[in-house]
Ligand binder design. Structure first.
Ligand code: ADP
Ligand code: MG
Length: 225
C-alpha cells in the first residue's frame, strides 16, 4: 500500500500565520510559566492536582508553539554542502537514550560513497527526529528501526526509515501530514506537516509504505550534489 503525501499549497501562508501567532503567544506564556512557578510553594494541599494540570497543560502549549515556529523559515537559514550519513548519525546519537528507554534498537545501512547534498542540516535533523520519534512511539513493546541511506536513480539520495509498529490504515494514510491530524492522546499532529515542508524546501519527496500490524516505512529522496 502506497500513498504520496499530499502537498498543501496553503502551507506557506499557514506557516507565516502560525509563526506570527506563536510569537505573540510566547511572551504571555513566559510570564504565566514564571508566575505559576512562584506560586508552587503556597498552593494548598487539596489544590496540588490543579497545579499539576496547569503546569502540564502549559508545557503542552509550549510544545505546540515550538512546533508551529518550525513551520516558519528559521531566522538564519544556511544551506551548505553536507554528508547525509553524518547528519543521520548525529540524529541517531541524539535519539539513542530515548530508544534504549523504549527497548528499541537501530539497525543502519549507509552507502559510504554517497555524494554530498546541499541542505540546512538542522532542518533535516528535525525531519529525521520527527520520523524516528514516531517510529519509536508506535512500538510500545520495542523492536528494531532500520535506517538506510543509498544512491537512487538520477542523482538522488534515498533514505528509508522502517519500523515494526502498528502500521497505518489506508484511510489514515490519506490524512497524514494534515495539520493537527494525530491518533495520539498527547500528540500535536504537526510533526509530519513540518517534516513535509522541510523536505519540500530541499526539493525532495516523502513517500510512505505501510501494512497494518506489520509496520511502516518512510522513504525520503533528496537531490545529491
Ligand atoms: P503526532 O506524532 O504528534 O501524532 P505527527 O505529525 O508526527 O504527529 O504524526 C501524525 C500521525 O501519523 C500520528 O498520530 C500517527 O497516527 C501517524 N503516524 C506517523 N508515523 C507513524 C508510524 N511510523 N507508524 C504508524 N503511524 C504513524
Ligand atoms: Mg510525531
Amino acid at each position: 500500500m502506497q500513498e504520496q503525501l499530499r502537498k498543501s499549497e496553503t502551507l506557506k501562508v499557514i506557516g507565516e500565520l502560525a509563526a506570527g501567532i506563536a510569537h505573540e503567544i510566547r511572551n504571555p506564556m513566559t510570564a504565566l510559566k514564571g508566575f505559576i512557578q512562584l506560586l508552587e510553594g503556597s498552593i494548598k494541599q487539596e489544590h496540588s492536582m490543579y497545579y499539576e494540570v496547569i503546569t502540564s497543560e502549559l508545557e503542552r502549549i509550549d510544545t505546540i508553539i515550538n512546533e508551529f515556529l518550525l513551520l516558519a523559515k528559521p531566522q538564519e537559514i544556511r544551506f551548505q554542502e553536507k554528508n547525509l550519513n553524518q547528519i543521520m548519525r548525529e540524529t541517531l546519537d541524539i535519539l539513542h537514550a530515548q530508544a534504549v528507554l523504549h527497548n528499541v534498537q537501530f539497525s543502519t545501512r549507509f552507502d559510504e560513497t554517497l555524494a554530498p547534498i546541499f541542505c540546512e542540516p538542522n532542518q533535516l535533523k528535525k525531519v529525521f527526529i520527527n520520523l524516528i520519534k514516531n517510529a519509536i512511539e508506535v512500538m510500545p513493546d520495542g523492536g528494531t528501526i532500520t535506517v538506510t541511506i543509498e544512491a537512487f536513480e538520477n542523482n538522488q539520495a534515498l533514505i528509508s526509515i522502517q519500523d515494526e509498529g502498528i502500521g497505518i490504515s489506508k484511510e489514515k494514510l490519506q490524512r497524514l501530514g494534515e495539520a493537527f491530524f494525530t491518533t495520539k492522546e498527547r500528540g500535536t499532529g504537526l510533526g509530519l506537516m513540518v517534516s513535509y515542508k522541510i523536505i519540500e524546501e530541499h526539493k525532495g519527496s516523502i513517500r510512505i509504505e505501510s501494512e497494518v500490524g506489520k509496520g511502516t516505512t518512510f522513504y525520503i529522496t533528496l537531490p545529491l550534489l
